[in-house]
Design a protein around this ligand. Structure first.
Ligand SMILES: [Zn+2]
Ligand SMILES: [Zn+2]
Length: 391
């Protein structure tokens, strides 16, 4: 690849991010984003592969500095079904869809890394795989790419990824060894009763009442079935039954999510949800059927890679800017990579100094400080170069 200057890369990263922000696309629909990513990569001399894991893009850089490991750098590209309420000049032009998690920034930062590393290719050992992943929000995109050969063609030795954080100040980078993001597993419970007139409940089996008991009983799982030192969450975010005040419906549905760091605890949570739903329903003369998604593993950072990222981050933000990463019970399917090869996922502060600008991720007014992008880019590139050079 031709040696080229990378001055102005930060400005380009910001411009790409604004472009992606204005045209957000939902998971597995990142057609325009993927095409644009591939177009930019071709401009640096890459030969990107598109359609990996449906809408993912992969590009490979073979260093001219001799043999070395292969390190994969991953960004996610998908937006959320959120109606944007910011007054940004580059706000979403697509009604009901918004980059409210910062994946637009991740995509732009990884493009910047691809530009910088291409310029240094002649002296880099090993290889770099740039992975632009679809559909992180449903935690299914990484696995789709792995099933399309992401980790085997070429064989990947290490994986690095980052997430910008709107509620963490710019200038802070958080990284730790061990578990940093939770395992998550979704569930749907359907209570099958017998519907009828609300004036004659004795002729029905009321699934609404059963659902209320199940919902309440699920709250005892964490408090009564986990030890105080064990970490787990059971949340029901969606409850639906019936249409009108005076009709008892046939069914009621509860949908929720299980979170933990330890797969054994995940199994225990799922077993208790099943037992409580089925047996409470039976006690009321109803029947419960359950559906669980495949568990997404927790993100567990490799200790050596976490050390390398912390060293690279300290060069960018100073030792005082590097913090321990508080484990989150959020899910993140970078874990599909990090459970197969040593990986490290770190957080880059992108919050403003004015608190009124800061909103949580997935909020309609979600906002990122673009000054954080250069810090993310330099940390990612610095960490990748250290991994390639053997740490
Ligand atoms: Zn998100
Ligand atoms: Zn995200």
């Amino acid at each position: 690849m031709a040696e080229r200057t990378t001055s102005g890369v930060t400005e380009r990263v910001i411009a790409w991010r604004r472009e992606f922000h204005a045209r957000p696309e939902l998971g597995f629909a990142e057609e325009r984003t993927a095409a644009r990513v591939a177009e930019i990569l071709r401009g640096w001399g890459y030969t990107p592969r598109t359609g990996v894991g449906r809408t993912g893009v992969v590009a490979e850089l073979v260093g001219g500095g001799g043999p070395g490991p292969t390190v994969l750098l991953r960004a996610d590209m998908d937006a959320l079904p959120v109606q944007e309420e910011t007054d940004l000049p580059f706000a979403s032009q697509t009604p009901g869809v918004m980059h409210a998690c910062g994946h637009d920034a991740h995509t732009a930062i990884l493009l910047g890394a691809a530009e910088v590393l291409a310029a240094r290719a002649a002296r880099l050992p090993g290889r770099v795989v740039f992975c632009f992943q679809p559909n992180e929000e449903a935690t299914v995109g990484a696995l789709a790419m792995i099933n399309d050969g992401l980790l085997s063609d070429p064989p990947v030795d290490y994986a690095l990824g980052l997430h910008v954080q709107s509620l963490t100040p710019t200038g802070e980078i958080h990284v730790s060894p061990g578990p940093v993001m939770a395992s998550c597993r979704e569930f749907d419970i359907t209570i099958h009763g017998r519907g009828g007139h609300a004036a004659h409940p004795e002729r029905t089996v009321d699934p609404v009442v059963v659902a209320a008991h199940v919902l309440t009983a699920l709250q005892t799982i964490v408090s009564r079935n986990l030890a105080a030192r064990e970490v787990g969450v059971v949340s029901v975010g969606h409850l639906r039954a019936g249409h009108i005040r005076n009709v008892i419906p046939e069914t009621a549905e509860l949908s929720g999510t299980l979170r933990c760091y330890d797969p054994e605890i995940g199994e225990r949570l799922a077993a208790r949800v099943t037992q409580l739903a089925e047996q409470l329903a039976a006690g009321f003369g109803a029947r419960a059927t359950l559906r669980f998604s495949e568990p997404v593993p927790p993100v567990v950072n490799d200790a050596r890679l976490a050390e390398i990222v912390a060293t690279a981050a300290a060069e960018v933000v100073g030792a005082a800017g590097v913090h321990e990463q508080e484990p989150s019970l959020g899910g993140e399917d970078f874990s599909q990579l990090a459970s197969r090869v040593p990986g490290c996922f770190f957080f880059v502060g992108a919050g403003a100094s004015e608190p009124e600008r800061n909103y949580p991720h997935h909020h309609p007014r979600f906002w990122l400080d673009e000054a954080s992008f250069e810090l993310a880019l330099r940390t990612l590139v610095g960490a990748a170069e250290r991994v390639l050079a053997g740490g």
